[in-house]
Design a protein around this ligand. Sequence first.
Ligand SMILES: [Zn+2]
Ligand SMILES: [Zn+2]
Length: 458
Amino acid sequence: MHSGLNDTERHLAWWHAKQGNAKIVIGTRSSVFSSFADLGLIIIDEEHDGSFKQQDGVRYQARDVATYRAKQQNIPIILGSATPSLETFVNAESGRYNLLSLTERATKVALPTIELIDLTRQPTNDGLSPGMLEAIKATLSKDKQVMLFLNRRGYAPVLYCKDCKQAAKCHRCDSHLTLHRRVNRMRCHHCGYEGQLQTRCGACNSAEMIDVGEGTQRVEDAIALRFPESTVLRIDRDSTSRKGELAEVLEQARSGKADILIGTQLITKGHDFPNVGMVGILEADQGLYSTDFRASEALFQQILQVSGRAGRRDDVGRVFIQTNFPENPFFEKVIKHDFIGFAKDLMKERKAAQFPPFGSFALIRAESPHQAQALQFLRKARHDIQPSDGVRLMDAVPAPMERRAGRYRAQLLLCSHQRSALNHTLALWLHLIATDKEAKKLANSVRWSLDIDPLDHF
Ligand SMILES: [Zn+2]
Ligand SMILES: [Zn+2]
C-alpha cells in the first residue's frame, strides 16, 4: 500500500487486508492505519527514518502509531535499523524494548572503509577535491561503479551579483533561488516558485551575475568533463520527475550501465547497486554546526546509509568524505562505523539539556500573510497557557525562515520532562481556544498547528 495506488487499487488493497486475504501487507507511512482481519506482527524497517513522520495536515509519527497498535492488540512489533533513533535506542537501553543485535552483515562482505578528505588542505573545484577525483579514477580503472552523494539538486544554490553582492531571492520566501542550468530557470526549493534565469541583478541592474556553490547538475557537468569516457547518471528529483522514471533510472544504475552515479538522498534508501566500489560524500559539514539539535544524528545516519551502498557483493568498498572539519570528534566515530558509541555520547548531551528523548517537546506553529498576526496569536497563546508543573514555555518567536510562500511564520515551543504534564497543559489550552470567544477569534485569524514531538523546528 502506497501513495502511487489509484482509488480502486487502494480500496482493493484495503479490502484484502481487512478480509484477511492478504497475509502480508507491505506499505508506506499511511498503511499503519489499515484494517486487518487478524494482525499478528508489525515490522518497521529503517525505523529511524524521518519520513515516518507526517509533517503536515494530520501530523503523526507512523512508528509510534504502530507501537501503539501493537500494544493495543498485544502483538509483537519489531523496529529495525542499523542506526536507531535515540528515542528507540533509549527504550532498548532501559529494557522497555528487547534489544536484538545483529552482529553479522547480510552478506559476508566487510564494512566499507571510510576516509576523510581535508578540504582545508585540498580546495575543491566544482565541489570535487583532487583526492576525490583520484579515488574516482582508481575505482573506474577497476571496472567498478562510483557513487557521488550531494544532497542539493539544481546547478548552483546561489546566483550572486558581483557588484552589489545581492543574491537572487525568492519574492515569496526568505530564501535564495536555485539556478537550474539545464532549463535556464531559477527555482525556489521551498515554495515551488519558478522564473526565468536572471541575467541582470534585480537590485542594481549589473550584468555581472555569478553562480556560487554546487548542486548535482554542476557536479554532473564537471564529472562529464573530466571523465569523458564514462557514462554519468544523475539521480535526483529533477531527473526523475515523470512517473516510472525513478524506477527506470535506478534499474540503469543497478545493471551497471552507468559508470558514475550522482545523486541526492534518493539514492540512499535501500537500493542495492551490486557493482558500486566507491562512495564519495561531497559535503558533510552542514549537519555538524546546525541549529537543529537533531542534525548530527541525521547526518550520521545518512553517512552510514550512503556508505552501505559501497562494496555490497564481492569486494570491500571505500567511502570518501569531504570535510572542512576532519578533527571534529564526530568523524572519529563515523570512521569506526560506531553509531552506538556516537548515540551514547549524544544521549549524555540530550539528557543534560533535557532534550528529547529525555524531555518532550511540542511546537505550536502559526502563519499568516500579515507579519504581526502570527506572532500576536502565539503571544496571546503564551499568555493564556497555564503550564503544569515542570512544563516550560519558550518565547513566541519568528520561525528560522520567517517568510515562506508569501506567509509569515512564527512558533512557540513547550518543553517538559514529563509528557503527561505537557499533554495536560495543551489540553487545557485547546479547550480555551474552543470556548473562549476572544482566543477563538484570534486563532481563526491565522493558520496554526500543534506538533507533538516535532522533527524539524522550522
Ligand atoms: Zn547588483
Ligand atoms: Zn519561495
